[in-house]
Design a protein around this ligand. Structure first.
Ligand code: SIN
Length: 479
């Protein structure tokens, strides 16, 4: 297992040799010590990325495409090994971790497809005395700060487009899941990525983030994480006018109309809600179900949720792993207590689950009936395995309910009426809509939100756009 940082093609410790421990998410066992980097290390990473920039940006697109494809292929070959590391430090079930490795490889393939499509565009002008073109150029050195819920995929979707366009990168993974990032660094060395093109350092987010944002050489930061941190980064990015992509919190509505296939809606709710134990930004957070099918939906979802096996992600058949830390457990508990005090009833779950030899971080999948907007769970992101279900009547109320939040990442709608689906798609104020499906993530599509969920898109050609600075050239035409 790799435990050192990668800067300029070299494996490094922190300059002052400090380290911090990485724990097994289920058992709490210390898996490794990794460098606790600070300002000086963060600067070294920028130096290395700056030194590599000219060489990387001047490579021909097909060369960059080939490198991206080999990263994708190597990730697929080593799926099992990466999945084990992800499960150890994040806690999610092994199958989900393997799915995350595939998802990550897709980002590299998608960026490889786009790398060779990106090129100079000729612009038509009404004037005969000039010819116009737009040249896509890499922004320069870019930074990525990534979360713990998808320790590999969130790096993949920032690194793949950056490399495709010709940017060089500095990356800081979450403190709880750095080992996946360092394994990925090892893979980059194995495929002979030129030194300095990607530099990965672990450590204190404040010192590293503020060094990168104040340096002036870092021209873009892509961050996935909480809205509170996103706001702080926006303020810090102002001085050097650093471009940002922010994928922040979500609060997704999951709307089920009475004319829906209710069994399909229940199945979609189950997969969408309980992926990574409810710790995804896009997972349904507010279930809004039309009155005639409300009881059927609640009973069906509760019955399937109560059968999901809770336990260590390494164990066969486990669907719900641990939550990431004690604060996550506290938030889940306090939302449930608040909901019950305001009239909700617990149909299943509502309590911790003891798992032999493991930390007290496991929570039973929970369905809350009779949820209302006054409850915390209808106002804040839960990031845990809790599904509160409220009732509505009629399309106007569904739209109003769904949009009653400043967040706008994902939304879901179930109905058999295609015209209604289209009206809902247009009315829902969010960046991503799933229609008759609970799983929407796809490396070839533009992932991102609006409002308090942030801005910028990741995936497909939209992902590359975020790392591109278009140069417009206007040339005189002489006849
Ligand atoms: C996230 O939770 O931030 C990402 C979810 C996904 O890509 O599916």
């Amino acid at each position: 297992m790799e435990t050192r940082n990668l800067i300029g093609g070299h494996w490094c410790l922190a300059q002052d040799n400090r380290t911090f421990p990485v724990h097994d998410a289920a058992t709490g066992e210390v898996l490794a010590q990794v460098p606790d980097c600070d300002v000086a290390d963060a600067r070294d990473a920028i130096d290395a990325a700056s030194a590599a920039l000219d060489g990387w940006r001047s490579r021909h697109a097909p060369e960059r495409e080939a490198i991206l494809r080999s990263i994708a292929a190597r990730l697929r070959e080593r799926k099992r090994e990466f999945a084990q590391i992800i499960t150890a430090e994040n806690g999610k079930p092994l199958d989900e971790s393997a799915g995350e490795v595939e998802y990550s490889a897709d980002y590299f393939d998608s960026a490889a497809d786009e790398a060779i499509r990106l090129g100079t565009e000729v612009i038509r002008s009404r004037r005969a005395d000039r010819s116009l073109r737009a040249i896509p150029e890499p922004i320069g050195v870019v930074a990525a700060i990534t979360p713990w819920n998808f320790p590999l995929a969130m790096i993949a979707r920032k690194t793949a487009p950056a490399l495709a366009v010709g940017c060089t990168q500095v990356v800081k993974p979450a403190e709880s899941t750095p080992l996946t990032a360092l394994a990925f660094a090892r893979l980059l060395i194995e495929i002979d990525l030129p030194p300095g093109v990607v530099n990965i350092i672990t450590g204190a987010p404040d010192a590293i983030g503020s060094t990168w944002l104040s340096d002036g050489r870092v021209r873009k930061l892509s961050f996935t994480g909480s809205t509170a941190v996103g706001r702080h980064l926006m303020r810090s990015a102002a001085d050097q006018v650093v471009r940002l992509s922010l994928e922040l919190g979500g609060h997704a509505p999951f709307v089920v109309f009475a004319d829906a296939d209710v069994s399909a809606a229940i199945a979609g709710a189950l997969t969408g809600k309980f992926r990574v134990s409810g710790q995804t930004c896009v997972c349904p957070n507010r279930f809004i179900v039309e009155a005639p099918v409300y009881d059927e939906f609640v009973a069906g979802l509760a019955s399937l949720a109560s059968e999901l096996r809770v336990g260590c992600g390494r164990d066969e058949g486990v669907r719900i792993g641990p939550l990431i830390d004690d604060r996550a457990i506290e938030r889940v508990r306090s939302q449930i207590t608040d909901a019950v005090a305001k009239g909700a009833s617990i149909v299943t779950g509502g309590k911790s689950v003891a798992v032999a030899g493991c930390l007290d971080r496991f929570f039973a999948p929970t369905i809350l009936a009779n949820a209302t907007r006054e409850m915390l769970c209808f106002q804040e992101e839960t990031f845990g395995p809790v599904a509160p279900v409220a009732r509505f009547t009629g399309e106007a109320e569904a739209i109003e309910f769904a949009n009653a939040t400043p967040f706008g990442l994902a939304g879901y709608v179930y109905s058999r009426d295609e015209e209604r689906i289209e009206r809902m798609v247009r009315s829902m104020n969010c960046g991503i809509v799933g229609t008759n499906t609970g799983i929407i993530s796809d490396a070839y599509a533009p992932f991102g939100g609006r409002g308090w969920s942030g801005f910028g898109r990741e995936g497909g050609r939209w992902g590359l756009e975020e790392y591109t600075s278009w140069k417009y050239v206007c040339s005189a035409v002489t006849t």
